[in-house]
Design a protein around this ligand. Structure first.
Ligand code: CTP
Length: 405
């Protein structure tokens, strides 16, 4: 099911060149199942036409507080009733000032003031000097204090040719922030540490020993934990994936790098989720030079050394976080997973069959704890991750559930 299935969103456009991105945002929201009603300020119509947004949304576009298409001429009331959220993108300097002061001099501003409990999100878009202006910063702080969720702005090249903070977030980022907004905040205030991806053991400067883990499951879990309101740190082996929004990523190559990155962070975490496919062995003496073939010579002999077990060491810490391991097995999943859970001294291990999930976009997880097994349906990794995060939040013992002080 798409992430915005059944949601009705009011997309408000205010005056800014970033209006050209709002058409794409509208499409992406619809792709995720949302019904979108567009409301524009007069300034926004200078940048994009109502016809474009009406054609894309397939619904009337609203610009005028006196619009007679509403039987009672109260578009500012009728539109927000029953809406799941109002998203202002772009939110101009002027419109943020209006919102912060409760002005109601056009349809969109009036609708925001009259919205009652409907959540309001805004993606600021303006020249960087306008963004850092003390009045704008005051207004942004006031909006946050009033419970408005600000998405961005982003840093970078601006339409005016200057560079700085103030450009609107890209449509995909705004969409993800909107989707995240609707996820239940079951881990609000918790600190979650994860490992993800493969590790890579150096043989020589050009060769490594690695595995087929894509990192997708760990990254999906990091995203789901952040969506659930946690403060998330992801220690990642080499992957091609983008760091999820609101997640701090620390890169590690070898199992020993990963071990060195994780251990100092573990005692401050409430939950540790070890998803990385950590190499069990490293190369004892990696060559400083590229190994060359010698005519007639034997292939090189690799001498292995056992790597530390990161999960078992974290679980054994005096201030250990609540530990969730992963077990990708090719056979006897139940027996191997339960044995691994006990051997590593952890309360929970999540099992899957490696041949069905290692390179795949979906997965079928089974949660193992002291009471037995809890199978989840086969589904996309993000859906599985959200379900697993929900399960973790529901089973987190009181001792690990204290919110950040
Ligand atoms: N793990 C870890 N450090 C290691 C090895 C594994 O933190 N050196 C973690 C993994 O991230 C995973 C769990 O332990 O959460 C199980 O990993 P797995 O490789 O399946 O277990 P091993 O202990 O290596 O057992 P085996 O290779 O014998 O199946």
């Amino acid at each position: 099911m798409p992430d915005l299935h059944g949601k009705r969103i009011i997309l408000g456009l205010t005056g800014g060149i970033a209006c050209y991105k709002s058409a794409e945002l509208l499409r992406r929201m619809q792709d995720e199942g949302a019904t979108v009603d567009v409301v524009m300020t007069a300034a926004a119509t200078g940048f994009i036409t109502a016809a474009t947004l009406q054609a894309l949304s397939g619904r009337p576009v609203w610009e005028d507080a006196w619009d007679s298409r509403m039987d009672n001429r109260m578009a500012h009331i009728n539109l927000s009733r029953g809406a799941d959220a109002i998203l202002i993108a772009p939110a101009s300097t002027d419109f943020m000032a209006k919102l912060a002061h409760g002005l109601a001099d056009d349809l969109l501003a009036t609708l925001c003031v009259a919205r009652g409990a409907v959540p309001l999100l805004a993606a600021p878009a303006m020249n960087h000097e306008m963004w850092i202006h003390p009045a704008t910063q005051r207004n942004a702080a006031q909006l946050r204090a009033d419970g408005v969720t600000l998405i961005g702005p982003a840093e970078g090249q601006q339409a005016c040719g200057e560079t700085g903070s103030g450009r609107m977030m890209e449509p995909d980022q705004i969409l993800r922030a909107l989707i995240a907004f609707f996820q239940p905040k079951v881990l609000a205030g918790r600190r979650v540490l994860l490992t993800a991806g493969p590790t890579s053991e150096t043989i020589d400067p050009v060769r490594v020993l690695t595995n087929r883990s894509s990192g997708r499951m760990g990254y999906a879990l990091a995203r789901a934990a952040a969506e659930a309101g946690a403060q998330v740190t992801l220690v990642s082996g080499p992957t091609a994936l983008d760091c999820p929004d609101q997640v701090t990523r620390i890169d590690a190559r070898s199992a020993r790098d990963m071990h060195a990155a994780v251990l100092p962070l573990a005692a401050q975490a409430d939950i540790f989720i070890a998803v990385a496919a950590v190499a069990d062995w490293g190369i004892r003496n990696p060559s400083a030079r590229k190994l060359k073939k010698q005519p007639g010579a034997q292939p090189p002999q690799l001498d292995f050394v056992q790597n530390p077990d990161i999960l078992a060491e974290v679980a054994a810490l005096p201030q250990a976080p609540w530990c969730v391991g992963f077990a990708a097995e090719t056979e006897d999943l139940h027996a191997h997973a339960q044995a691994k859970r006990q051997r590593k001294g952890i309360p929970v291990i999540v099992g899957n069959l490696a041949q069905h999930s290692m390179d795949a976009t979906d997965t079928e997880l089974i949660i193992f704890d002291a009471r037995g097994t809890h199978p989840l349906p086969r589904q996309g990794k993000l859906q599985a991750a959200r379900q697993l995060i929900g399960w973790i939040a529901g089973h987190l013992p009181e001792t690990h559930a204290a919110p950040i002080g």
